[in-house]
Ligand binder design. Structure first.
Ligand SMILES: C[S@@+](CC[C@H](N)C(=O)[O-])C[C@H]1O[C@@H](n2cnc3c(N)ncnc32)[C@H](O)[C@@H]1O
Length: 481
């Protein structure tokens, strides 16, 4: 696969690049938590010098849980306290300090326009690379404190990409690697004919590894907050120096708020619970699946309530699963016209269909899949048609088309889970013994990722088995009465 070769190439050249754009000090040692330079300037002092506020008991420290660096409080801080305030000129945005009408800025804009929307991090990454290359960049005290390398899967070896064992994420990794290789060519094509004065990267070479570094720095650290014109530009990505030293938790003790001051927006971090002495400040990066945590941030969350597995709605697969579950003559492949109509309304058939469905996460069974199962496993058109889609898609709507159809639907999903588990080349027990043997950090991350995916499937099976038992006993009581 070209993409895996790309990933290997990126791994091989990341360090070379880190040296090539470091104009202030050479990369002779990466001992200080592998930051871009060995002894970067004090970020807290820089923020204060620039007019920001940093709570006096905060300091940057090496995380106790090996999560890189974090921000720790040396004393207890009450709930509702201001912790950090960044004046509007400190965040690094695509437009910051660059909309100067210069040719180099329009070259940067032209390159940014070639990046697909879904890879928005690369756009801000171009700005970050520009500032990294610029001598006397205002943001150098921040940039020099960024990690030198990232644990995102685009930097994994080919074997570790395969070790993920999960097709939707393998697909995404390959897509991103392919993009970086193609974009390298495009960027080189644009830059080769430029005069030094128009060159957005001060004449320095940019390749797939430097682009990958910048894209990863942004995807793992940028926050998508409102722009200057409230509401109209929601979700503008910005890098927030110092604030981005906070690690992630689903039970955060701090949150970001934006406040308007005389000159623009101020970014504030306030405590949303008491910060205990010697505890890290924790922000919630979002209610994300492990796919996104891995692809964008390079870590996975154990017992992640938002993690799920993706499946394709495939009638032949559903027929097979249903038969394996003991459902007699399922007709997913040959729905009646009234069933076909509901499938179209669910976008699981006909034009504009979107066949990706999920299991696990907060929904247990994606509503569209549940509705399709309820509809296709029932032969009672009238009974089904009297419900609207809100009811048919809701797992908390109790057996809207009857207990036996509900049981058949849940059994079919359990069989789907068995099929999904069989697709993984290893079992959790094999993964555990691999981890015990000791493996590289990227192999460990890949193995943890696939173990969590398998746990999601097993949890769905457990939950549905419990529901089937409950429904079956209800059915027995009703038939005995
Ligand atoms: C915004 S930065 C936080 C500061 C970072 N620890 C550092 O050393 O610069 C996000 C990165 O921190 C790490 N991280 C944050 N929260 C984590 C968590 N809950 N588990 C594992 N790694 C985490 C990941 O490497 C992630 O890409």
């Amino acid at each position: 696969m070209a993409s895996i070769a790309a990933a290997k190439m990126i791994v091989a050249t990341t360090r070379d690049f880190a040296g090539s754009l470091t104009h202030i000090r050479p990369l002779t040692c990466a001992a200080v938590a592998q930051r871009l330079v060995p002894h970067p300037p004090d970020l807290i002092k820089w923020v204060k010098r620039e007019g920001g506020f940093v709570h006096p008991s905060l300091r940057i420290a090496r995380s106790d849980d090996s999560l890189g660096l974090d921000l720790v409080s040396s004393e207890a801080i009450p709930k509702g306290s201001d912790l950090i305030a960044l004046p509007h000129h400190i965040p690094l945005r695509f437009g910051s300090d660059g909309a100067d009408g210069s040719h180099s800025h329009s070259v940067l804009l032209d390159l940014a326009c070639r990046v697909p929307d879904e890879l928005w991090a690369m756009r801000l990454g171009l700005k970050l690379l520009q500032e990294r290359a610029k001598e006397n960049s205002f943001w150098w005290p921040y940039i020099s404190n960024l990690p030198e390398t990232y644990s995102l899967p685009i930097f994994f070896s080919g074997d570790d990409i395969k070790n993920l064992q999960y097709a939707p994420v393998l697909h995404q990794v390959n897509k991103r690697c392919r993009f970086l290789l193609n974009f390298e060519k495009e960027v080189k094509g644009v830059l080769e004919s430029l005069r030094q004065v128009d060159h957005p990267f001060q004449g320095q070479e940019v390749d797939a590894s430097s682009l990958g570094w910048a894209m990863s720095a942004v995807s793992s650290r940028a926050f998508r907050l409102h722009g200057d014109k409230d509401g109209t530009e929601g979700g503008i990505p910005m890098m927030l120096p110092l604030i981005d030293m906070c690690n992630h938790s689903f039970s955060p003790n701090a949150q970001i708020v934006q406040e308007r001051d005389a000159v623009g927006k101020e970014m504030l971090v306030v405590s949303k619970a008491e910060i205990k002495q010697d505890s890290p400040l924790l922000l919630n990066y979002g209610c994300l699946s492990n796919d996104l945590f891995l692809l964008d941030y390079g870590f996975v969350m154990p017992s992640n309530p938002y993690d799920c597995i993706e499946l394709r709605y495939d009638s032949a697969l559903l027929d097979a699963a249903s038969m394996a579950a003991g459902v007699s003559s399922p007709n997913f492949s040959s729905p009646a016209p009234w069933q076909q109509q509901i499938l179209s309304a669910l976008h699981l058939g006909g034009e504009n269909s979107s066949l990706k469905v999920t299991l696990g996460g907060t929904e247990l069974i994606e509503g569209r899949l549940l509705a399709a199962l309820r509809v296709l496993l029932s032969s009672e058109a009238e009974r089904v048609q009297k419900h609207d889609l809100n009811i048919l898609t809701s797992i908390s709507a109790e057996t809207p088309v009857g207990i036996s159809t509900e049981v058949a639907a849940f059994r079919t999903v359990i069989a789907l889970c068995v099929i999904a588990l069989e697709h993984f080349p290893t079992k959790i027990i094999d993964d555990e013994s691999l981890l015990k043997k000791g493996v590289s950090s990227s192999t460990e991350l890949a193995i943890q990722f696939r173990m969590h995916k398998k746990s999601v499937i097993i949890d769905v099976m457990r939950d549905l088995t419990r529901r089937v038992r409950l429904l079956s006993s209800k059915q027995n009581i009703t038939s005995q009465a």
